[in-house]
Design a protein around this ligand. Structure first.
Ligand code: FAD
Length: 467
């Protein structure tokens, strides 16, 4: 029967946006139901952040095992059993999705499997997994956390050979030849993973350079390293068509105005993602979208319909898991009447490449554009003892500060563990610290963290380890 079940807060999607919002809403005393049509944990846990990092790590270890000749280590008969790698990866995913389900249960959140559709501005109809039955939920507030999906491009219909990131993460063999269309962070991370695992990789990028979201010098470090591993780059390259053969694909692209063809076992199309906002019935309930299909929200993630919120990849901003989770907490708090508001300045962006790239707050150029009298101070990994003993001297840290008082307003890091190091700069921004605060914080020796302290010393004009 279809008696509407009443809930306080209904959340559509259980990715890093939805499940975090659910837990926070439950902590604040709301009766919460989460609807999920796929696997618990969304893209991030199942086919995104976590499994991609697992493959990247397997690639590192395999590649490093074959030769760290600088240190005088040699190894023979290093081999790779890719099905074991995939098994290990799936084990991690299962552990995490199980963990999330346990957390939801522990917080008394009701998890419903099925596809949600708005039948009214305070009602959602959920069709059960088998497609037959349905159940209506009447909510006081709703949070849309339906995420995004890969974009398909003309003439590259997804198939066994023409794959998106999900396909690339779930391959059951290491391709001999892999063509990657798109030099954004997803394309570059997966290109690096498979290059380390033994694939001959070609990256086709439409712009003049890869990783457009990062400063040129940082992107160049990554590109140089990938080239050393045999990755070929074609910039200003537009993929035109793909012809599937019995055991592969032939890709035709226009590269700087000339037609070129590339043979591959698989083609990975990683040209961006589109929001899952088109199959929810939003047009009938007056929830407004922008021209890209992203749901419009205010500073509390509230849509144009006052009891409906939206978070994560389905709204504007960097499509990242921690951004989705951050917004999830804000939305849950807003529903509870708290004054929480979004402030995007402290959201870090990371690329898990070699070296890792990370950025938080303003770049030097962005700070100037925003009207700051900004200074950028730089310190190289080469001048850090820990980096030397790790044999990871590639990279630098750049600290962006306000000239008048040294207030930290941004940082960019290229180098080993940049993904972890960026957290300290994020804290400095969040807490309103100055370069002096960072410089006065005692960092253990020898650590990469000292690079942050030393860069702050550069900002003050008193670095110890560079002249
Ligand atoms: P999602 O995780 O997409 O979850 C949305 C959920 O909603 C899905 O489970 C979906 O099934 C469900 N859903 C959709 N429509 C309905 C409906 N009508 N009814 C019921 N359920 C529905 N981000 C990082 O921060 N770091 C990384 O290292 C990183 N690596 C990535 C690597 C790859 C290969 C990819 C593809 C992405 C990566 N991301 C990374 C991005 C990250 O995965 C996303 O930003 C994040 O998952 C967005 O979270 P979300 O909660 O908005 O949506």
């Amino acid at each position: 029967g279809d008696f509407a079940e009443e809930v306080d807060t209904l959340i559509i999607g259980s990715g890093p946006g939805g499940y975090v919002a659910a837990i926070r809403a439950a902590q604040l005393g709301q009766k919460v139901t989460v609807v999920e049509k796929g696997s618990t944990g969304g893209v991030c846990l199942n086919v995104g952040c976590i499994p991609s990092k697992a493959l990247i790590e397997a690639g590192h270890r395999y590649h490093n095992a074959k030769g760290s000749d600088d240190m005088g280590i040699t190894a023979e008969n290093v081999s790779l059993d890719f099905s074991k790698v995939q098994e290990w990866k799936s084990g991690i995913v299962n552990k995490l999705t199980g963990g999330v389900e346990g957390l939801l249960k522990g917080n008394k959140v009701n998890l419903v499997k099925g596809e949600a559709y708005f039948s009214d501005s305070d009602q959602v109809k959920v069709s059960s997994e088998d497609g037959y039955g349905s159940q209506t939920y009447k909510f006081k507030n709703c949070i849309i956390a339906t995420g995004s999906r890969p974009i398909e491009i003309p003439n590259f219909k997804f198939s066994d050979r023409i794959i998106n990131s999900t396909g690339a993460i779930n391959l059951n063999e290491v391709p001999d030849k892999l063509v990657v269309i798109g030099g954004g962070y997803i394309g570059i991370e997966l290109a690096g993973a498979y290059a380390n695992l033994g694939s001959e990789v070609t990256v086709l990028e439409g712009e003049k350079r890869i990783l457009g979201g990062f400063e040129k010098q940082m992107a160049q470090l990554v590109q140089r390293n990938l080239k050393k591993k045999g990755v070929t780059f074609e910039t200003q390259a537009f993929a035109k068509s793909a012809e599937e053969t019995k055991d592969g694909v032939k890709v035709t692209a226009e590269v700087k105005g000339e037609e070129k063809t590339f043979d591959a076992d698989y083609v990975l199309v990683a040209v961006g993602r589109r929001p899952n906002s088109d199959e929810l019935g939003l047009e009938q309930i007056g929830v407004e979208l922008d021209e890209k299909g992203l749901i419009k929200v205010d500073k509390q993630c509230r849509t144009s319909s006052s009891n409906i919120y939206a978070i994560g990849d389905v709204i504007a901003g960097p499509p990242l898991a921690h951004k989705a989770s951050y917004e999830g907490k804000i939305a849950a708090e807003a529903i509870s009447g708290e004054a929480s508001e979004i402030d995007y300045l402290g959201i870090p962006m990371v690329v898990f490449a070699e070296p890792e790239l990370a950025s938080v707050g303003y770049t030097e150029a962005e700070a100037k554009e925003a009207g700051y009298d900004a200074v950028a101070s730089k310190f190289p990994f080469q001048a850090n003892g820990r980096a030397l003993s790790l044999n990871e001297t590639d990279g630098f840290l750049k600290l962006v500060t306000r000239k008048e008082d040294g207030l930290v307003i941004g940082a960019q890091i290229a180098g080993q563990n940049a993904s972890d190091m960026i957290a300290e700069a994020g804290l400095a921004i969040e807490a309103g610290m100055t370069a002096e605060d960072l410089a006065m914080t005692i960092h253990a020796h020898p650590t990469l963290g000292e690079i942050t302290m030393e860069t702050a010393e550069v900002a003050l004009g008193t670095p110890i380890h560079i002249k």
